[in-house]
Design a protein around this ligand. Sequence first.
Ligand code: ARG
Length: 457
Amino acid sequence: MSEKMWAGRFKKQLDSDVNDFNSSIRVDCRMYRSDIGGSIAHAAMLAKQGIIGKDDAEKIIEGLTSILSDLDSGALQFDMTAEDIHMFVEAELTKRIGDTGKKLHTARSRNDQVALDIRLHLRDEADEVITLLKELIKVIITKAEQYKASVMPGYTHLQRAQPITFGHHLMAYAQMFLRDIGRMEDAKARMNFSPLGSCALAGTTYPTDRMAVANALNMSGICENSLDGVSDRDFAVELANAAALIMMHLSRFSEEIILWSSWEFKFIELDDAYSTGSSIMPQKKNPDIAELVRGKTGRVYGNLVTLLTMLKGLPLAYNKDMQEDKEAIFDSLDTLKQCISIFAPMLDTMTVIEKNMLEAAAKGFINATDVADYLTKKGVPFRTAYKISGTLVAYCIDNNTVLEKLSLAEFKQYSDVFEDDIYDAINLENCTFRRNSQGGTAVESVEAQIKSVKEKL
Ligand code: ARG
């Protein structure tokens, strides 16, 4: 453990257990690129404003650049006894360029430094998530195109409800992930303001140019209140919330994958490379990936609650509690990225068993609404038509048959409006393909959805 930069006021060295407890470098070392990038922008601004000499700034920037490339290449290792990434980089700089390195921290504090670093780091993370989501949507679109005319039962209450196409079902998820991209972009837009120059909490007496730093870092502007600048972690909460929502979507999708791969459904079969076996039951092929995605959703929700709870009682401005923000948000993003990355190829490689989908669709009287619609279109009031259709379903159940197998004479027992064209009206594919209202399940509607999502990507 090297001497602390704040050692001046203290008579004793820090207890080594306390040092471990206090240190965050294990978690925040991954922000080294943001930390160094922020410091370079800060040093350039200090020189531009005449706060430090041009030569000093050059030396500092050169030193920081060499640290960056050594960390990138692995030539320089993090000192895990350092207090955090900020202290580590500054100490290394001073080691490399001598006392000039000690000028870097002029007109800033670790409080605004860390607030800047997290924003820059999370901005990149959000971009990575957006890229992964786009890849996932592309896989969904490819599958939806392939199965836009495959009939399956659509469910409500997990009871067979109406026939839909598998392409339509898949495209529902494309909509969710598209909204998720929007949420990531919203979070990014609000996060992209620079707190640097808020200093410890109150601003500074140096003639800084905060906007110059923000511009150099490609940020939209500066945090306008220094207390807010160092205290705000809303952006982390927003991102954690967006991550939780994405996981919820992945988890619902996983649940369906799990159901669909069971023998009870067998609508799909996962590729061998994306499923596992059992240690005792030789016949088993388990959808572990989907189950793990569903399972990991819990920890991502947990991280959101961790952040909200960590912040709720904090007086302004910086409090050390806030160091806990990184572990939570990093875990959410790591988990999320891992889940999307593995989900997309799992989906891409699954086999869709159209025959079983169609068979299941044929068993659940899911054309009963179409019987009612048939009568309604011939002038029977909908409620009356609904009742006739329900009575026919009951008749089918009693006689162990389905609507499309009834004879015209049997139909006519319940209403003489029925004619031969009833068979065409309740043919499962017709029932599906005729639902061509905007956003409906018909093939041309699925095609329109695909086109629209493609344009948005
Ligand atoms: N490691 C700290 C964090 O992540 C950096 C800020 C420390 N500031 C301070 N005044 N101790 O929050």
